[in-house]
Design a protein around this ligand. Structure first.
Ligand code: ASP
Length: 327
């Protein structure tokens, strides 16, 4: 649904994708036994006033629990963002989203759009039916960020903090203040509709060419699996994936992200299997499973590292690289 607009107003477009923020439970006291993705984005905007001189428009792009997110939805979302951001009177885009894979969608959109206007994802840890939902304030704050002159790039707004798409991670299973930015810290804070910025807006050196494929083009997503290194790790899963490849399955693995320990270290048995995979033509990338810090490369590294990217973000970066559209 897109609202009718007065031509003199600038717009903030709010795209809905589902999540807990759009979730409903049978009772207001139940904050965990709900079904995500029930309430339309237009209804989520009910009662929220646009900042002065701005008008809100709503569009439902998807309606799902973000644990079930798929790359085709990312692509659809990126296309809708690109469409709206190209409109001269659109100041920015807000996206309502589930918390579970929010950081993946944010990272994907930053890589693909590298937007010069703000794209602000927001969420909730309590469903819309909660006695005390956190969604409405998060949406108000996200709109305030999207309306901020000079704001740009993809950010996540939750519990009054603004996180960069590069650094944001879900860090808590239950509390409303569920996101963290590790060593980098938040980009800033939203306080009563005003942004207090601590550092630069996210900026990419270049933009992925993914959207150049054209509006209707279907995407063949390369299969990239994440395998964790841990005490007692084996190479069994890697070897099974290599066997599948040799058998000529429809979607053979093309990339592996090793969720590595500490500074990118990998159990020697898993590392040997990963090197076999690399020799067989599979792209292998190590990403640290630590919540903070980055991998500092060493001259004798035999497997590439993903720097500060978490395993899930490294997976997206590798998928884009394999499609040939990495930034
Ligand atoms: N499972 C929900 C989702 O990611 C959780 C949430 O939104 O907090 O859609």
């Amino acid at each position: 649904m897109v609202n009718s607009l007065s031509p003199s107003l600038r717009r903030i477009v709010v795209l809905g994708t589902g999540g807990t923020i759009a979730g409903r439970a049978a009772s207001g006291g139940d904050n965990i036994g709900y079904t995500a993705g029930q309430v339309s984005v237009a209804d989520l905007l009910g009662g929220i006033e646009a900042p002065e001189g701005l008008e809100l428009a709503a569009e439902q792009v998807a309606q799902l629990d973000s644990k079930d997110m798929e790359p085709d939805v990312w692509l659809q979302l990126a296309r809708r963002c690109a469409f709206w951001l190209a409109e001269a009177d659109v100041a920015g885009v807000v996206i309502t989203h589930g918390t579970d894979t929010l950081e993946e969608t944010a990272f994907f959109l930053q890589a693909v759009l590298a937007p010069g206007k703000p794209v602000v994802l927001t969420c909730a840890m309590r469903p819309a039916s909660s006695l005390s939902p956190d969604g409405p304030q998060n949406v108000r704050d996200a709109i305030a960020v999207a309306a901020t002159p000079a704001a740009r790039g993809v950010t996540v707004v939750c519990a009054g903090a603004i996180h960069s798409a590069f650094d944001v991670q879900k860090a808590h299973t239950y509390r409303p203040d569920a996101f963290a930015s590790g060593d980098a810290g938040p980009v800033g804070y939203v306080e009563e509709g005003a942004v207090r910025r601590m550092r630069d807006w996210p900026e990419s050196p270049a933009r992925s060419k993914l959207l150049e494929a054209g509006e209707g083009a279907a995407m063949q997503w390369p299969r990239v699996e994440i395998i964790t290194s841990h005490a007692g790790a084996t190479g069994a899963i890697v070897d099974l994936l290599l066997q599948e490849r040799a058998m000529g399955v429809a979607e053979p693995v093309r990339g592996l992200v090793l969720a590595a320990t500490g500074n990118g270290t990998v159990h020697h048995v898993l590392e040997a299997a990963a090197l076999r995979a690399q020799d067989a033509g599979v792209a292998v990338l190590r990403a640290t499973r630590c919540a903070s810090g980055r991998i500092l490369p060493r001259p004798d590294d035999k497997l590439r590292d993903a720097g500060a990217l978490t395993p899930v973000k490294a997976r997206i970066a590798l998928m884009l690289e394999l499609i040939g559209t990495a930034a």
